[in-house]
Design a protein around this ligand. Structure first.
Ligand SMILES: NC(=O)c1ccc[n+]([C@@H]2O[C@H](COP(=O)([O-])OP(=O)(O)OC[C@H]3O[C@@H](n4cnc5c(N)ncnc54)[C@H](O)[C@@H]3O)[C@@H](O)[C@H]2O)c1
Length: 340
């Protein structure tokens, strides 16, 4: 048996960590945990294209936090930003809806932006890169069923072009990481998040958007919409679990590997709608209504799930937040927002 490759594990208590694309859902929660882990400095890099100061307002003023307005498309800025940095969590990207609405920017940021960041990390000898990938690397559509394991193929039959482009952009990012590792010895871990949801949720991710839309309708007294028969599968992961995975990957010796980061179990759209209705104490009945043809909704061909055992073995991580608790936390946060 060949010896498993081991890379640099960061001692978080002594580290300066840069989060690229920090002013949003995953970045802000990751920063919270890095501070808890004792990081010396956490640099929150963002161009605020769609992130916001609101997401990181609670961090501003902490002496170990530095907010840096910079753009991934400007390599000189990244070279300056990564000087004396020990680890990078690379999050900044466009998702499927972004590929549908602004494909030029999306291609630039997800591919050249990732390459720029890896180049800056190479030049400044950054010890570890965590690259945020997605279950979109398995594709969408009729080929998606069963267990989506890390060495599985990419499917595109019946999927909208924006979803395929997003998945392919993440495959490009992953392979750029591998190339930087092979050519330059840069240590990296790819984390393939499934749909992320939780407090500080935004409206940019097609599947978590469905939770928010359902909640918004029920609050207005409108029946929630089911785009199919309610048996369509989704596999979410709560943002606090994602943040723990980012921190675990930085502190692990794992390198040159991609692992799934998914929640404890998948859920059907019917079950998801019921969780929202239960939270709202509503007895409204869902209305079956197929999406209009141009909707970028990520439907699957059949029941699927995303195993995360490899992440357990490689970075010592497993999810903790089950769907019911996670949806309650998200909606409680949303209610608090509405209450001002
Ligand atoms: N949210 C999900 O459901 C989900 C699922 C799987 C994978 N992911 C991946 O996780 C990562 C983080 O997700 P998120 O929901 O927090 O993302 P997000 O879309 O909310 O945040 C991305 C951040 O990147 C910033 N950004 C965009 N272009 C930039 C540029 N050129 N330079 C600097 N900053 C830029 C944005 O302003 C934003 O704050 C992304 O890479 C995404 O593809 C997310």
């Amino acid at each position: 048996m060949t010896e498993k490759k081991r890379g640099k594990a960061l001692n978080l208590g002594e580290s300066r960590i840069l989060i690229a694309g920090a002013a949003s859902l995953v970045g802000s929660h990751t920063a919270d945990l890095l501070l808890e882990a004792g990081a010396r400095e956490v640099i929150l890099l963002d161009n605020f294209a769609f992130g916001s100061m609101d997401a990181i307002a609670h961090l501003v003023g902490n002496p170990r936090i530095k907010v840096l307005r910079a753009d991934l498309m400007r390599l000189p800025d990244l070279l300056a930003a990564t000087e004396n940095v020990d680890g990078v969590v690379h999050l900044a990207a466009y998702m499927t809806l972004g590929f549908a609405q602004t494909p030029w920017q999306a291609v630039d940021v997800n591919i050249r932006g990732a390459q720029n960041m890896l180049e800056a990390c190479r030049v400044n000898k950054v010890g570890k890169v965590v690259f945020a990938s997605s279950n979109a690397v398995y594709g969408y559509g009729s080929g998606i069923h069963g267990a989506l394991v890390e060495n599985g193929p990419f499917h595109s039959e019946g999927a909208p072009p924006a979803a395929i482009l997003y998945g392919v952009s993440k495959i490009m990012g992953e392979q750029l990481c591998r190339q930087y590792h092979q050519k330059h010895g840069l240590d990296y871990v790819v984390l393939r998040y499934s749909t992320v949801y939780g407090e500080r949720q935004h409206y940019r991710a097609a599947n978590s958007l469905y939770i928010m839309e359902t909640y918004d309708r029920v609050k207005k007294g409108e029946r929630p919409l089911l785009p199919g028969d309610g048996k369509d599968t989704k596999h979410f992961v709560h943002v606090s679990d994602v943040a723990r995975a980012n921190v675990a990957a930085l502190g692990s010796t794992a390198t040159d590997i991609a692992v799934n980061v998914s929640g404890p179990e998948p859920i059907t759209t019917g079950e998801l709608v019921k969780l929202v209705l239960d939270y709202c104490k509503s007895d409204l009945q869902p209305e079956v209504k197929p999406d209009p043809p141009d909707t970028v909704r990520l439907t699957s061909g059949g029941a699927f799930h995303i195993p995360h055992e490899l992440a357990g073995r490689e970075i010592g991580w497993q999810p903790e937040v089950r769907m019911k608790e996670g949806v309650e936390r998200l909606l409680a946060w949303r209610e608090a927002q509405e209450a001002g």
